[in-house]
Design a protein around this ligand. Sequence first.
Ligand code: ADP
Length: 521
Amino acid sequence: MKPPKFLTYVSKRLDDSAKLFVLVAVTVALTSSAIVLSADFVQQRKINELNDLAQRYTAQLRQKIHDQEEQLLNIAGRDDANNFVTFGERAKRLIEENKSYLHIELRDETGVLIAQRESTSAKEVWPFLARQQLPPSVLLSFLRASEQQKIYWAHSYSTTGRSDAEMVVPSRNQKNLWVVRIDVSKWLPPTSGISLPADVQVTYNEHRPESLGPVLTVAVPLELPGNDSHLVFSYATPSTIKFDLTSLTLAILGLTLCVLLIRYALETKKNRLAQETITRQEMALVKQSQLSTMGEVSTALAHELNQPLATIANYVAACEMRMKSQGYEDPVLRDALQNARQQAMRAGEVVQSIRNYLKRKPNVMATVDVKDMLKELEPILMLSAKEHQTQLFIQSEDHLLARIDPALLEQVVLNLSRNGVDAMVDVDPAARKLKINAYTHTSSNGSVWVRIDVEDFGHGVSDEAAASVFESFFTTKAEGMGIGLSLCRSVAESYGGRIRWSNNAAGGATFSLFLPKLLNA
Ligand code: ADP
């Protein structure tokens, strides 16, 4: 499946570190959302847990209350239990047995108080001294209990303003009813005897609470007939950590993913760098082998050329001697023969020097006066300049000395000049100029150089060629070999110098050779 165009577009425009940043950001965002979602999930689960606990607790409490209701119904149903003397005894025992019973009253069917019992320590209290009238809410339950002969519940307030639940128990065949006031705090842990985790709080409410306040709260009705009381459950610390094991696992997974992504990105970068190094080394090897092939070719060439060059020189020398011995005096011819012999010998030396250089044999070192060297080279440069309708300008400082193999230095100047002439083939012949200028150059760190500038007015070095001009076998010419500049740079560097170029503002290029200047020759 192809990735969407948009992704490919974005991916092409981002570099590796930006991609990594985006990946890490996405992972962090996904992990955080997963954690938040899991926190919601945890919250919901906690509510469910609280609800389960609340239902279980309330069911057990209801069962207890139900048992007490049954017991009271039984007792109140007995004939003798409604006699106010025996009532006192029974109520006393009931209060002793059940800590939640605060107060028990015996009333006749019209609600008139017959007897009451307050607590184990309190004496039996005669009706006239205590509450005579039932509070309205209790009275209603009293009437309903009496009418329907079943237990009803109500609420009443003590003289101190405390609200307690009251249970109204009919005594079936008798006409009396019992009213039992209950201490609701005894329905809560730990007195209730029903277990609840320590971090869960429970309170008693007369009615269903209007709002449940904190999120982690659950209200469960006690379902007592005639009464709307609820138990409200909540966690002791509502801000308990919302993140549990699920969130922690997600966080760890997200973090691990981030670390893996970063490691992967670093590995990829390392691999790419290693790959680039290998490619560079391979290219260097290829170049090396090309150079050694050149070395072999030039050795063969030197061998083949040296012989005929020496023979030419010998023949020319023989001609000169012959002229002399025959007494034939022609100064023009004599000079021509002398030049021809010198050039044949020079050609032999050049071939030999390049061969030595390519075979990495120690080259000849000589003190070269650049001005003299340029003067000797001028006829050859002139020949090539004339051939290409180019004006030649040579200028040099006096006493410009350098230590170098003279044949190689000549070769460098010839190469640079040849390139300059080549660069001007498409220029109007009237504008073809090649300037060679040799002078002393002092660099910013104080070192002193022999500098030879070769300036042309050709097409200049193009942007595409700029980075590669010194590479072996790089050429933009149909007939070019791409060896010249690479050789020039190697020669310059092996004699402690360097070679630089720049395009001229007025067009064309200037190549400059720098060699350490010999100061105290
Ligand atoms: P070749 O002359 O065989 O091409 P070189 O190594 O001497 O090999 O030159 C390499 C390339 O550098 C040339 O093909 C040319 O593109 C560029 N170059 C060299 N000298 C000049 C110059 N004076 N002006 C413009 N381009 C040049």
